[in-house]
Design a protein around this ligand. Structure first.
Ligand code: PMP
Ligand code: GLN
Length: 378
């Protein structure tokens, strides 16, 4: 067989989680909480199953869930989205991204991707026969250099991928970034693929600059979300996509012959759960507490923090400890110190090695404390 993805191996998340398991390391690599999801939400799933919501639900998603999401978007971003034509529930955020790329990309199209980039974007783009045009975020703040973006836009540019809060860096886009983006896409046929799976996980009172807040961006965007990420149930693999009706109509043509529909009882439960706004307004504060706690603990080590404004993640430099390349150091840290992380170099296609690792802090206090204890003597 001729590989359709000749440059692709196994995702770093699986590699590092397997290594962590093999060496009984504490896993601060792959991004998932090790604490329980909301008992109330779990109870609502149980109730939905007992109430008989166990057969195929509407192919575009359980209607009351789409209505609840439209209300949420109106409340948070002041934007009207039509639940019948502009929201589709998907089996996870990854699937929403994949389907969005499949909807718009043709062979030869170019997509601008900022690196470090979440690892599914480029393989998804290349599967469509399109080309990822990469550019590096400016180290160490991981900001976008908008003049470089302007220089990379060509007639073949079909899309720009933005991700805020950002995985792996925890950087967030500001209103000033959004203005730059608006000026770049104006008058072009560029579509925005907005990965907003960490929408509620933003810290220090910063606003989440969703594309949905900005009419000129919203009119050309697929905004992709994940229930698993924000509600501490990554194993649910349930998410949704919001896009203007003409784009969404095409997205749904693909969705209907791929997943067709997704998990019914969880959608029924989420529709009920979302009625209470405190459920999502509190999420960022809880996680900010974890970030702060982790930072306090890590202050007792020789790792140096880079700022994290959102997501599950914080990047640390290990330059004061070792000169090894990131992958080597991350592997040694897993095997010898018993703490698994993710080398940030694995989020680049270009060989970029700044001596930094990504730590996931969406963990119980005792997990974080036990991990940092193992890093103290390095
Ligand atoms: N985008 C980013 C930036 C992520 O970190 C993740 C992590 N899971 C996803 C998309 C995918 O979300 P899901 O698990 O819902 O597919
Ligand atoms: N998004 C998660 C992370 O960045 C992992 C998801 C996955 O394993 N694909 O760690």
């Amino acid at each position: 067989i001729t590989s359709k993805l000749p440059n692709v191996g196994t995702t770093i998340f699986t590699v590092m989680s397997a290594l962590a398991a093999e060496h009984k390391a504490i896993n601060l690599g792959q991004g998932f909480p090790d604490y329980p999801m909301s008992a109330e939400l779990a109870g609502l799933v149980d109730k939905a199953m007992r109430d008989g919501f166990n057969q195929y639900v509407h192919m575009n998603g359980y209607i009351p869930l789409r209505e609840a999401l439209a209300e949420k978007v109106q409340y948070l971003y002041g934007t009207e989205v039509h639940p019948d034509t502009e929201i589709t529930i998907t089996p996870g955020g990854t699937y929403a991204l994949f389907t969005a790329f499949a909807t718009i990309l043709n062979p030869g199209d170019e997509v601008i991707v900022f690196e470090p980039a979440y690892d599914c974007y480029i393989p998804q783009i290349e599967l469509m026969g399109a080309k990822a045009v990469t550019m590096n975020l400016l180290f160490p703040e991981y900001r976008i250099d908008w003049n470089t973006v302007r220089a990379k836009v060509t007639e073949r540019t079909r899309a720009i991928v933005i991700n805020t809060p950002h995985n792996p860096t925890g950087a967030v886009l500001s209103a000033a970034d959004i203005k730059e983006l608006e000026s770049i896409v104006e008058g072009t046929r560029i579509v925005l693929i907005a990965d907003e799976v960490y929408e509620h996980l933003i810290f220090d009172g910063l606003p989440h600059e969703s594309v949905l807040k900005y009419p000129a961006l919203r009119a050309r965007a697929f905004a992709c979300f994940s229930f698993g990420k924000v509600y501490n149930c990554t194993g649910w693999k349930l998410g949704y996509c919001i896009a203007p009706a003409p784009l969404m109509a095409e997205f749904r043509k693909i969705h209907q012959f791929n997943a067709f529909t997704c998990d019914t009882p969880k959608q029924v439960a989420l529709a009920e759960f979302l009625k209470d706004r405190s459920q999502y307004l509190e999420l960022g504060k809880q996680l900010q507490g974890k970030r702060d706690h982790f930072q306090q603990l890590m202050a007792g080590t020789r790792f140096t923090p880079l700022p994290s404004h959102g997501s599950y993640f914080q990047i640390y430099s290990y330059k004061d400890i070792s000169d090894e390349p990131e992958k080597d150091f991350a592997i040694r840290l897993t095997k010898e110190a018993g703490v698994a992380t993710i080398p940030v170099s694995s989020f680049y296609r270009a060989p970029v090695d700044n001596g930094v690792l990504r730590f996931c802090f969406s963990k119980k206090e005792e997990t974080l404390a036990a991990a940092v204890e193992r890093l103290r003597d390095l």
